[in-house]
Design a protein around this ligand. Structure first.
Ligand SMILES: [Fe+2]
Length: 457
């Protein structure tokens, strides 16, 4: 997607906004290391008064300064680099013609296989959403069809929405599968499962919206684990549904024996052993005794279970749950629940039909939001941010990214068929733990967390 003029090229001076956040990070880092201005100036070989100029934003933070700090202090360059905000109005729109301008043909097996087009992306979120047209046509549903070219699977999670006669091929643990899909069908897949797509007909459009996203797997977690190594990553991995492994890891974390936990919780030592080894699952009453004995919330003792089969969850459009929102008496939207998995409780894939010409109630969420206009009808999106109102008419094929918390209202500007949108909402780096921590901060804590501007003592 083309960048807007407000974007800053790598290597150039940071923009004003970015500069202010870089200044706050530098102050915050010096605070964490218990360096006042004079100490920081000595460490970083700066002239007296220079550190305050950097942390107040009067002097721009340079890459050279960041490198020097990373050499002298036990921090990473990354810790001092703010993210770029490319959605300052709260929503970033990618027009269908901008998507078309990114069109490129991907070859597989020596011939054209897919046409790829970028859709709305933002530096604030891990979406890598592509519109992909199938250029290979097959005449059967055989997973072993030699015309099908497979990939090796990828790290990013993939939610896929299907339009037209598309075969979905996926492989898990050496076994290949083919699922014939049609408009409205969707699938959610775990990382690293090889997959492919092909059209069953070239007489009608056959494409997918392949909405890949890293969620919390990419970013800091991946960088930390890459440094720790494969063995450590294997030790950190928790199997789906493994309540026992969670309990055992809390015991190790607290250097507590099973006997001590039994004594504190009132459960028998045998029962604690059974739960820690995963040979049995705790009853609610037992969880209510174990959690305070460990000093943790009950939810920390409950492992999520994936419901993926062969690495994927397939939802056929004909079978999905549908309801009206906000309520049945005055419905503004009809919602359909697309593919998802309990392993990702903060991911929601929805198809939204906009039922009225009046602005509906805002579809506000704690998640990042991606929207793609399906079908043939345009939609009006309205929202407010920082006291300013915005409105955009989105045509079919347009897509948009909205930051968390934006009160996005939708309306059908024209009569006729109801506009339809695909929404994929994902959690960013702000986990529930972070949200609870924000909620527990002292009065001016959130302001300082967002932009630390002072010495901490
Ligand atoms: Fe993929």
């Amino acid at each position: 997607m083309p960048d807007t003029a407000s974007d800053t090229a790598p290597g150039s001076a940071l923009g004003d906004d970015l500069q202010a956040r870089a200044a706050a990070l530098l102050r915050s880092t010096a605070n964490d290391l218990k360096r006042n201005d004079r100490d920081a100036e000595a460490d970083l070989s700066l002239a007296p008064g220079a550190f305050a100029e950097y942390t107040s934003g009067r002097r721009p933070v340079t890459w050279e300064l960041i490198e020097r700090a990373a050499r002298v202090w036990p921090v990473n360059e990354r810790d001092l680099l703010p993210v770029r905000d490319d959605a300052p109005t709260g929503v970033r729109v990618c027009r269908a013609k901008e998507s078309a301008a990114t069109s490129r043909v991907i070859e597989r097996g020596g011939g054209p296989y897919y046409e790829y087009r970028d859709t709305a992306m933002s530096r604030l979120s891990s979406y890598r959403p592509e519109w992909i047209r199938m250029l290979r046509t097959v005449d059967d549903d055989e997973p072993g069809n030699p015309a099908v070219e497979w990939n090796k699977g990828h790290l990013l999670y993939q939610f896929t929405y299907f339009v037209g006669p598309v075969n979905y091929y996926h492989e898990w643990e050496g076994v290949r599968h083919c699922v014939p899909m049609t408009t409205g069908d969707s699938v959610w897949g775990l990382p690293f499962g090889p997959h492919s797509f092909a059209a069953r007909s070239d007489a009608e459009p056959a494409y997918i919206l392949a909405l890949t996203y890293g969620g919390d797997l990419t970013g800091d977690a991946q960088r930390e684990i890459a440094a720790l190594g494969t063995d450590a990553a294997g030790d950190l991995a928790l199997p789906s549904g493994a309540d026992g492994a969670l309990l055992a890891s809390f015991l190790r974390a607290r250097a507590m024996s099973e006997g001590e936990l039994a004594r504190r919780s009132g459960l028998s030592p045998d029962r604690v052993h059974t739960l820690c080894t995963g040979a049995g699952r705790a009853e609610w009453s037992e969880l209510a005794a174990l959690a305070p004995a460990l000093g943790v919330p009950v939810r920390e003792l409950l492992a999520p279970s994936t419901r993926a089969r062969d690495g994927v969850r397939v939802r056929k459009g004909a079978d999905v749950r549908r309801w009206t929102y906000p309520d049945a008496r005055r419905p503004s939207y009809r919602i359909a629940e697309l593919a998802g998995d309990p392993l990702h409780p903060h991911t929601s894939a929805l198809e939204v039909e906009v039922l009225t010409g009046e602005e509906g109630p805002p579809l506000t969420t704690h998640q990042h939001q991606y929207a793609y206009v399906l079908g043939d009808a345009p939609v009006t999106a309205s929202w407010t941010r920082d006291g300013r109102s915005h409105s955009e008419r989105l045509e079919p094929g347009d897509s948009a990214y909205a930051v968390p918390g934006v009160p996005l209202s939708l309306a059908a500007p024209e009569g006729g068929a109801a506009p339809r949108l695909l929404l994929l909402r994902i959690r960013g780096a702000v986990t529930p733990d972070v949200r609870f921590a924000l909620g527990a901060m002292a009065a001016d804590g959130i302001d300082r967390y967002v932009a630390e501007d002072r010495l901490w003592y």
